[in-house]
Design a protein around this ligand. Structure first.
Ligand SMILES: NC(=O)c1ccc[n+]([C@@H]2O[C@H](COP(=O)([O-])OP(=O)(O)OC[C@H]3O[C@@H](n4cnc5c(N)ncnc54)[C@H](O)[C@@H]3O)[C@@H](O)[C@H]2O)c1
Length: 406
């Protein structure tokens, strides 16, 4: 007897959809404890064989073939969005756990059907909402939980994204395949806003603009109202060269502001007005950087840092008031949360995907609830679909309540 329980069998995962992102996900997953790639599948034989060959696993032609294998206990869905819901339901009905690329579905009804099937089947389902596994956003959420930051009363995301690799025939532009920009891409940020604000949205107004000369809709904006007078604005503009891509997430916490850059957040700056005890709490943050930036399954590169500077008595000691709230906050905090900036984006992106996969392994093995569970996928699709209809019709849309899995 050597003592100790034997390590559990790794979770065998079969990947369907051997396109560009599948390659990235499999590279990110390499060597992840508890997970083993069993097979890949794609109707394009050439793509399946290329990806299967580079990972040393069988190349199959379809999801059905994956589900026919006993060594496939979980399915990783990396096909275009309109196929996700039916594939997720089929995999769950076949008793498999599911890691689904975003969006969970292209309609709220389909997303609700997947969430219901996951519940019924009692299988783990993780949606690859990578922002949920980002250390910087996790730190902001922790600072909010601890009360150093008030919950945001305003969320803004400005996304000057690249269309450089999105040729006119790409499925991204075809709503029948992608669900449109709010659904295909916006879900990341509807979900992030829900997590940071801490509530499900009530209603949405939205606008869409098309490329000049009769091109596709390439710019969309939505104003989403959350309970308690909290307003979130989301703008996505797929109109840039890669080198001109830029993003800003801004959170207004009243007496504090957070600014985060990178669509994969890599650098954040917080400014806050605080009292004496607040100043002391903020000054302790650099020593707590590891704990504040920790995400299960995400291996830090070692260069992450939190720096804090407090200017005492930068403002007067007289009470200050905003939105009816009065505070005596004479000191000004400037904090930097840095994951290495733009050069570290690929690393942070890959580690976030890895952490999401680690969440699937943990949930499948221990029955824990994943961070980006079906409810998160459903809620994000519900806002995205409401925003799409709002832009189409020029009307305010209620976000379906009771269907957002809150
Ligand atoms: N989480 C993220 O940050 C992130 C980033 C990029 C893409 N994505 C998502 O990943 C998914 C794939 O995107 P991509 O850029 O790799 O697309 P892609 O077009 O490069 O690849 C899609 C692959 O799916 C295959 N496919 C299509 N229908 C299929 C079917 N019925 N059965 C099996 N295979 C099928 C295609 O042959 C193709 O190989 C999309 O849902 C996209 O939104 C997520």
């Amino acid at each position: 007897m050597t003592g100790g329980a034997p390590a559990p069998e790794p979770l065998g995962i079969g990947l369907v959809g051997c396109g560009g992102f599948a390659e990235f996900v499999l590279d990110a997953a390499a060597g992840l404890p508890g997970l083993r790639l069993a097979a890949v599948a794609d109707p394009s034989r050439e793509r399946a064989e290329r990806l299967g060959g580079s990972h040393g696993v069988p190349a199959l032609g379809s999801l059905d073939e994956l589900l026919g294998r006993e060594d496939v206990a979980a399915v990783l869905i990396a096909t275009p969005p309109a196929t996700h819901a039916a594939m997720a339901v089929a995999a769950l009905r076949a008793g498999r756990h599911v890691f689904c690329e975003k969006p969970l579905a292209t309609t709220t009804a389909d997303a609700a059907a997947v969430a219901e099937e996951a519940r019924r089947a009692g299988r783990a389902l993780v949606v690859d909402h990578v922002l949920r596994y980002n250390p910087l956003l996790r730190a902001v959420a922790r600072l909010t939980e601890e009360g150093l930051l008030a919950p945001p009363r305003r969320f803004l995301f400005e996304n000057d994204a690249a269309d450089q690799d999105l040729g006119p025939d790409h499925w991204f532009w075809d709503r029948a395949h992608s669900g449109g920009i709010f659904v295909e891409h916006g879900v990341h940020f509807f979900d992030a806003a829900r997590a940071l604000i801490g509530s499900d949205p009530l209603s949405v107004r939205a606008t869409a603009a098309s490329r000049p000369g009769g091109g596709p809709v390439d710019m969309v904006s939505a104003d989403v109202l959350h309970p308690g007078g909290v307003l979130a604005s989301h703008l996505h503009s797929f109109t840039h060269a890669h080198r001109a891509e830029r993003q800003l997430m801004r959170l207004d916490h009243g007496f504090a502001e957070t600014r985060i850059t990178g669509w994969i957040p890599v650098h954040g700056e917080i400014s806050a007005w605080v009292d004496d005890s607040g100043a002391e709490l903020w000054e302790r943050l650099p020593a707590r950087a590891t704990e504040l930036l920790a995400v299960d399954g995400f291996t830090p590169h070692g260069g992450e840092r939190i720096a804090v500077r407090v200017e005492r008595n930068a403002g007067s000691a007289a009470p200050a008031r905003g939105r009816g709230e009065e505070r005596t906050v004479p000191h000004q905090v400037r904090a930097v949360l840095d994951l290495g900036g733009e050069p570290r984006k690929p690393y942070v992106y890959a580690q976030s995907v890895r952490a999401a996969l680690a969440d699937l392994v943990r949930s499948a093995r221990e029955g824990t609830r994943p961070v980006a569970a079906a409810a998160a996928g459903l809620s994000a699709v519900a806002v995205a679909e409401a925003a799409t209809i709002a832009a189409d019709t020029g009307t305010e849309q209620a976000v379906p309540r009771g269907r957002t899995g809150a």
